[in-house]
Write a protein of this length. Structure first.
Length: 278
């Protein structure tokens, strides 16, 4: 990864001067940035942390090989000399909503037998991925049958995640986006109670229509979302490639002054999602 020392220094400054639009609210960000690299099977993001990622997965991985982590009470694998943790044991970590984990990187694996079969060169490749944030060959190993490689220097502020299957990415954000605008919260009744609302997860077919925009790099802004009695509108701006969040931070107000590229619109009466402006 280029300019890694500069990135580390930047991440240490993030909390010192965080302007409007970047404030954490109940462990959630006011926006997320996504830049999808189709050919290399990864997404660079700001605003999606370990908790949000794990909670939004349709199928959590059975085991996680910890390449860099702050966790206690984990297992140790002598063959790879990495720690690991299995489902459901690791749920106790991502249930701690709002807790900052700092450096956390991992690769999932299917079973211990496959882990023990890794060749020395494969272990070396995994170490290379961890230290450089880049892959030498495919980051997906048949012996591990891994779906993800999750890399971060400061969790939530810069994440790079490799996806074996793009459906995992679309299912992740289909749940993540509605939860940021709290669509799924129970509606209030006249007498002060609450009634259960139907799930407002965005159909992946809708999000796949935005794939060309994700490939260019986008901000999905919850801070600038508009809620009325009929709709919730979440604006999306194409902003290009950003490697450092402070660069995006410096330009955020200018970006928000421009007309959004599209809106993700939730129609409350119909309980449907549409794209407006595409």
């Amino acid at each position: 990864m280029t300019n890694q020392n500069s990135l580390i220094a930047t991440l240490h400054r993030i909390d010192e001067d965080m302007p409007e639009g970047f404030v954490l609210k109940h462990g959630k960000r006011d926006f997320i940035y996504l830049h999808k690299q189709e050919a290399e099977h990864f997404v660079a993001s700001f605003g999606i942390d370990f908790f949000s990622f794990m909670q939004s997965l349709k199928e959590p991985p059975p085991n996680v090989l910890l390449l860099d982590h702050p966790f206690m009470d984990v297992e140790y694998d002598m063959h790879t000399q990495f720690n690991y943790v299995s489902f459901p044991s690791y749920k106790k970590y991502y249930k701690e909503n709002g807790k900052e984990y700092g450096h956390i990187s991992w690769i999932d694996f299917e079973d211990i037998e496959g882990l023990e079969e890794l060749a020395p060169w494969e272990i070396a490749e995994i170490l290379y991925i961890r230290h450089t944030f880049n892959h030498l060959r495919s980051p997906f190993y048949p012996k591990l049958n891994n779906r993800f490689v999750y890399l971060t220097l400061e969790d939530g502020f810069y994440n790079k995640v490799y996806y074996r299957y793009w459906n995992d990415f679309y299912q992740l954000i289909s749940k993540l986006i509605p939860e940021h605008v709290e669509i799924n919260k129970p509606d209030r009744l006249w007498l002060g109670g609450r009634k259960k609302t139907e799930n407002a997860i965005i159909p992946t077919e809708i999000l796949k229509q935005l794939s060309p925009l994700f490939n260019e790099g986008v901000i999905i802004s919850f801070h600038k979302s508009i809620q009325t009695r009929q709709t919730i509108e979440i604006p999306v701006w194409v902003v290009g490639d950003y490697r450092h969040e402070d660069e995006l931070r410096d330009e955020l107000r200018t970006i928000y002054q421009k007309r959004q590229t599209v809106n993700l619109v939730y129609q409350k009466k119909m309980k449907e999602w549409i794209i407006d402006g595409k």
